[in-house]
Design a protein around this ligand. Structure first.
Ligand SMILES: CNc1nc2cc3c(=O)[nH]c(N)nc3c(CC[C@H]3O[C@@H](OC)[C@H](OC)[C@@H]3OC)c2[nH]1
Length: 374
């Protein structure tokens, strides 16, 4: 394995960027969509399929994996890559976000970090910035995220400021704990809520740490899309153009297009996988809710022109039946369709930027959704 982590900017089209991250375990073509593999699996998919759809990297979730099967156990079993049989890069979140959204009894102390009770068995856990980096190392993660606090919006300025400054100090502690691991990376996470001056303070503070990559956090937590986009326009100019930018938890296809247009390189979202398990299909002509009775006798496939068998070879009538019957195959086929749609969109975005026609691509894609489900 080579000892490198190298981001190359290959082309720009306005603020949209075409790039690649070369790591020992493989290359990540950007803009990239990273399927969420929370508990060591991209739900309802075989990882060979996920790879075949064009995913260069998947996500693992520190919070879930530290609780079950346990970080030390994963290390004893040879690390996450060999356990789940994914040989390419894995990015793991630090766990802070899930602690705040899933765990019971949560306390935050700047020195000690977060103390919480497992939502699985009620056991008490402590996660400091240093422990989060240690856990991500035990998992074998290639791109590790700093421990941070993601403030839920709306929030008072004082709360956002206190939390943002603490996350900045935690970034420094994570950088020290991560040390120098050639071929791996630790990303900082910009916070600052919906306050431009705090976003700038956070981004500049992280840029001073000269990290290998920067995530924009604290967004996609229920704020309107225009607030999210405004925070990108405030934050991104403060980050180095030579490092990848990762917008956490985003998003819908429309979110992704508009965020690429503002300079984001990496995305993760449960949308395609979670929606697939709930009967929702993403297509070139917009979203199709297969639970709806109007599909009961519609023999058309989701998209006769798609090269994904789940979109091309199965009738909506059959998908509707599977969804209504709550059959496992419903989630399998619709997750397959949705991840194919997302990776196909990313491939289209990358090609459009390479050819200097991203604005047209974005408009054409949005128009095709608007035509709706004929
Ligand atoms: C949905 N909206 C959304 N906004 C977010 C903001 C933050 C943030 O400020 N800090 C951190 N640390 N994480 C965030 C996250 C979680 C992403 C993870 O959540 C997991 O998906 C559910 C996945 O874990 C495999 C992913 O890993 C990076 C966010 N998600």
């Amino acid at each position: 394995m080579s000892e490198q982590f190298e981001f190359t900017l290959k082309a720009t089209d306005g603020n949209a960027r075409l790039g690649a991250i070369v790591m020992p375990r493989g290359e990540i073509r950007t803009p990239a969509f990273m399927p969420v593999g929370t508990a060591g699996t991209v739900k309802a998919m075989y990882l060979d399929q996920v790879r075949d759809l064009g995913a260069d990297i998947i996500l693992g979730n520190t919070y879930h994996l530290m609780l079950r099967p346990g970080a030390e156990r994963v290390a004893r079993l040879g690390g996450l890559h060999s356990l789940i049989r994914w040989q390419y890069p894995i990015l793991t979140d630090s766990g802070g976000f899930q602690v705040m959204s899933l765990a019971a009894l949560r306390q935050i102390d700047e020195k000690k970090g977060v103390t919480f009770k497992s939502h699985i068995d009620g056991s008490v856990h402590h996660m400091s910035p240093e422990r989060s980096i240690e856990i991500q190392g035990l998992l074998g993660s290639d791109i590790q995220m700093q421990l941070d606090e993601c403030v839920r919006l709306p929030a008072e300025r004082a709360e956002i400021e206190k939390s943002t400054d603490m996350s900045l100090r935690w970034a420094e502690r994570c950088r020290i704990a991560f040390g120098d691991q050639p071929g791996k990376a630790m990303f900082g996470i910009v916070q600052g809520g919906d306050l431009p001056d705090l976003r700038i303070r956070s981004a500049r503070g992280l840029a001073d740490l000269d990290l290998k990559g920067y995530a924009v956090g604290g967004l996609a937590v229920g704020e309107p899309q225009e607030v999210m986009l405004a925070m990108l326009e405030t934050t991104l100019p403060e980050l180095p153009t030579t490092k990848p930018r990762y917008l956490m938890g985003v998003g819908t296809p429309d979110d992704i297009l508009k965020s690429v247009a503002r300079g984001i390189d990496m995305f993760d979202c449960v949308m395609p996988t979670r929606a697939g398990r709930h009967g929702l299909a993403f297509t070139r002509r917009g979203k199709v809710n297969l639970r709806n009775a109007r599909h009961a006798e519609d023999l058309r496939p989701l998209d006769e022109e798609s090269n994904c068998p789940a979109a091309r070879d199965y009738s909506r009538a059959y998908l509707h039946h599977l969804v209504r019957a709550n059959e496992s195959l419903a989630g399998m086929l619709l997750t397959w369709n949705n991840l194919h749609y997302y990776q196909d969109l990313m491939q289209g975005i990358r090609a459009a930027i390479a050819e200097g026609r991203f604005t047209d691509f974005m408009a054409e894609t949005q128009e095709s959704w608007a035509r709706g489900d004929i």
